[in-house]
Design a protein around this ligand. Structure first.
Ligand SMILES: [Zn+2]
Length: 313
């Protein structure tokens, strides 16, 4: 999305970037204050409240989280990390996550098909069709599918599915994600009508939202205005914060290093505040593991160490 579109969409959604004048804000003064505080790069989700909400919906907690990647993108480190070495290549994994319950499953993001992969990389290389077929099966089986944000590598698995009409009624998108999907589709491949977006479960919420036992969505605008993070709690007591695309790799987060891709328009203040918060968590909350959608090293390591399951059920 270009800057003009970003500002247009941001204003439609009532969000802001630092360059948007206060005059465009709708809503009451409380809204303005809320967005202004986000705008100043304050990011301090209330973990006590989030933990409380993770058991607000009665039911058994998830047993484990499984992950599969459908594709890789190989990028220069100078694109992934501001100040990165242009001679170093970083592999970014395009993943989908399955949250496995004793009786059922929920998908967090939906992967993408080959056509969408081509739109990202211009080639068929590094697309893993076997894994994509596993993701498709898991999407069909899932009790619910959650979209983290409107980007094509997260939503195409549903939007472009031949089974769209089966998947859509169990797909949850926040109001801001739903709006962005039809007003400003991320890639031509995920163009979708408002009528089809309206088939999703569309949820509007202020800050935190309990989606299922052990799953809480919380707003984290920065990568995109509609970005969210997710708190996940397992039966064995293990906790995860899924940071989605706040950083493309854990290196972005650990080193407070922004991305440097010219095609990605992000709110730097908000992301730096998120990196601060995630680093504070890593220091003080040893029970919490931070997940990052595109970090291929984490993908390999967590599957090997069985922190994440390496196949879908
Ligand atoms: Zn992504």
């Amino acid at each position: 999305m270009n800057r003009k579109d970003f500002i247009k969409i941001s204003s439609i959604l009532g969000l802001s970037s630092t360059s948007i004048p206060n005059a465009i804000f709708g809503g009451d003064s409380e809204d303005r204050e809320f967005y202004a505080s986000k705008n100043n790069g304050i990011f301090n989700p209330d973990l006590y409240r989030i933990r409380q909400l993770s058991t607000a919906i009665p039911g058994e907690l998830p047993k484990q989280i499984n992950v599969l990647k459908v594709a890789d993108a190989l990028r220069k480190a100078s694109i992934v990390l501001k100040g990165g070495d242009p001679h170093r290549i970083i592999t970014l994994a395009r993943t989908a996550y399955q949250i496995q319950y004793p009786k059922g499953s929920i998908m967090l993001d939906s992967g993408m098909d080959l056509e969408t992969h081509r739109e990202f990389t211009g080639e068929d290389k590094y697309f893993y069709n076997d894994n994509f077929q596993e993701v498709n099966k898991a999407l069909l089986k899932a009790n619910m599918i959650i979209f983290s944000h409107y980007h094509a590598d997260h939503v195409a698995g549903v939007v472009r599915s031949p089974h769209f009409d089966t998947l859509a009624p169990k797909t949850w998108a926040s109001k801001s994600t739903a709006d962005m999907m039809y007003l400003s589709p991320h890639k031509p491949s995920v163009n979708i009508s408002q009528e089809n977006v309206n088939k999703f479960i569309i949820g509007d919420f202020a800050n935190y939202y309990p989606l299922a036992p052990g799953i809480v969505a919380f707003k984290a605008p920065g990568h995109t205005p509609d970005s969210k993070m997710f708190y996940l709690r397992l039966q064995n007591g293990k906790e995860f914060i899924h940071s989605i695309d706040s950083g493309w790799t854990m290196e972005n987060i650990r080193n407070h290093q922004l991305k440097n891709a010219p095609w990605v328009i992000e709110n730097a203040d908000q992301l730096i505040a998120q990196y601060d918060w995630l680093n504070r968590l890593m220091e003080s909350e040893k029970n919490i593991t931070i997940l990052c959608s595109h970090d291929n090293e984490q993908y390999e390591e967590f599957r090997r160490k069985k922190i994440l399951g390496s196949s879908f059920v």
